[in-house]
Ligand binder design. Structure first.
Ligand SMILES: [Zn+2]
Length: 169
């Protein structure tokens, strides 16, 4: 398993709900956490490893030792959004690129975990930002799509470099 980097079309493949958790799913989730920590990320969505299901993993601390922050988010829903806040975001599928993205400040959300338990929560700020970024991946919305015209100009060289690397690979 490896992180799929822009402009790989697997990032834009339609995702389907995850129907059941089996040993294969658990193994993939464990591998996703490893990749996320290896790349110093705080979230990784299934399409970013070429797996087109509605699942992502996150750890808002980014610290593999802080297991209490690890979340496996399956078939998530955003029930309510409130407030706006701008903040810097990167993406493991856009290495080296960071842009300001407007997000809802507060979220009411629902998801299932690996045991099938349904969680309902109200999150704000940093974890809410991560949730929205990863949720975007499940909707095939990428950091590129969140860029302003100015962002695209400013990051044109870096984007060209990613496209060149993809062509050569
Ligand atoms: Zn991302």
């Amino acid at each position: 398993m490896e992180v799929v980097v822009y402009p790989d079309p697997r990032l834009l493949q339609k995702t389907v709900p995850l129907a059941a958790v089996d040993a294969e799913v658990r193994a993939k989730v464990a591998a996703m956490f490893e990749l996320m920590y290896a790349d110093r990320g705080v979230g990784l969505a299934a399409p970013q490893v070429g797996w087109s299901v509605r699942l992502f993993v996150m750890n808002e601390s980014g610290d593999p030792a802080r297991k209490e922050f690890e979340r496996v988010v399956i078939n998530p829903r955003i029930v309510k959004k409130a407030g706006r806040v701008s903040g810097e975001e990167g993406c493991l599928s856009f290495p080296g690129i960071y842009i300001e993205v407007d997000r809802a400040r507060h979220l009411s959300i629902e998801w299932q975990d690996l045991e099938g338990v349904v969680h309902r929560a109200d999150w704000s700020d940093w974890p809410a930002r991560i949730f929205q970024h990863e949720f975007d991946h499940l909707e095939n919305v990428l950091l590129f799509h969140r860029m302003s015209a100015a962002d695209r100009i400013q990051n044109a060289e870096a984007l060209d470099e990613l496209r060149r690397a993809y062509q050569e690979a």
